[in-house]
Design a protein. Structure first.
Length: 342
């Protein structure tokens, strides 16, 4: 018994050391390549906002932004985004942004008190990730390219995070983390564009259209969507809708602006580790509808050198069965972003 306890303790220490190494690695590369870091943001995704506690249950993301709004001093992308950089235009760019993000994502089944969750329910999984995003903005469209590197499994410390939070809020204790996905390094390369398809004469209303594609062991998929916005200083903030795809931030107002928004997105998911399970090892997984549809609505306000945004993201199925509708419920969540100038 003592030997077994010692082995468990050593394994836990090893996981903690690996986690610290990964976090340190992320923070090293989140240090900007230039000295003009302008903004920082913190984003919380949680199904608590929609009165749930299952499926995509929690996500926390912290980001640093390097922003240049002078065409003569365009930010240069760093090596992380080089794989898809060839697809980025370099003409008529008025604003460029380098973004460095670190985050943790948790996914759990419906009944977190079961030690062995029922088949067909979400696997327990956690992700620690680092994402580098580069955005270039022109008057009529904005482009994004991003690279995500992360780890899933016990090394991502999802069990410890969820249990600590549930102790603080006096919620149920999750008991099934022993069935979570196994340790695996994952990646995702992503490319997106948004267009200002229509702008009202008074500048207070616009319609944005967009398309995204990604490939990787974390997730591969394609999607397209449309968003209606109403507010103030919309010209300066339309490119921020690109940040939602990589969960860097929610669409957010800037320069003392504000807006409310509503959008619809449709797509197809080829693979995603949270539902498919580990890529190269046997693990728990579930069947799901690879066609994806989502409705999002929210509002954002900017004052001085700070901004706040809140949104609800609600997946929905078209002609789906009962299982698809249950999956929609499990992946609905609210999300809050606070950003400030530094």
């Amino acid at each position: 018994m003592g030997g077994q306890c010692g082995a468990v303790s050593n394994n836990q220490k090893g996981l903690i050391r690996l986690r610290k190494c990964f976090i340190g690695f992320c923070w090293i590369f989140m240090l900007p390549a230039y000295a003009d870091v302008n903004w920082m943001s913190a984003t919380l995704d949680n199904d608590f906002f929609v009165n749930e506690d299952n499926g995509y249950t929690n996500g926390i993301y912290v980001s640093f932004f390097e922003i240049s709004d002078d065409a003569q001093s365009i930010q240069k992308p760093v090596f992380w985004v080089k794989p898809l950089l060839w697809s980025m235009p370099n003409e008529n760019v008025k604003t460029s942004v380098n973004i460095y993000s670190a985050g943790q994502t948790l996914t759990t089944p419906y009944d977190i008190e079961e030690k062995v969750p029922a088949e067909g329910t979400f696997p327990y999984s956690a992700l620690l990730s680092f994402t580098n995003t580069y955005i270039s903005v022109t008057p009529n469209y904005a482009d994004r390219v991003s690279t995500t590197l992360g780890v899933v499994g016990p090394i991502a410390m999802g069990e410890q995070t969820q249990k600590a939070v549930h102790r603080v809020i006096s919620a149920k204790t999750p008991r099934g983390w022993d069935t979570q996905l196994k340790n695996e390094v994952v990646f995702e390369l992503s490319r997106g564009r948004t267009w200002r398809a229509w702008v009202a004469d008074n500048g207070r209303t616009d319609v944005l259209s967009g398309a995204n594609a990604s490939i990787g062991t974390l997730r591969s998929g394609v999607n397209t969507g449309i968003m209606l916005r109403y507010g103030q200083n919309l010209d300066d903030s339309y490119a921020t809708v690109l940040l939602a795809e990589s969960r860097t931030s929610n669409p957010i107002a800037v320069n003392e602006g504000w807006f409310v928004f509503a959008g619809v997105e449709v797509g197809y998911t080829f693979n995603q580790i949270f539902t498919d399970g580990n890529t190269f090892r046997n693990s728990r997984s579930i069947d799901y509808n690879h066609n994806s549809n989502s409705f999002t609505t929210g509002l954002t306000y900017s004052w001085g050198d700070m901004a706040l945004a809140f949104a609800i993201n609600s997946p929905f199925s078209i002609d789906g069965d009962k299982n698809d509708r249950e999956m929609d419920k499990f992946t609905r969540y609210g999300t809050l972003t606070f950003s400030w100038q530094i």
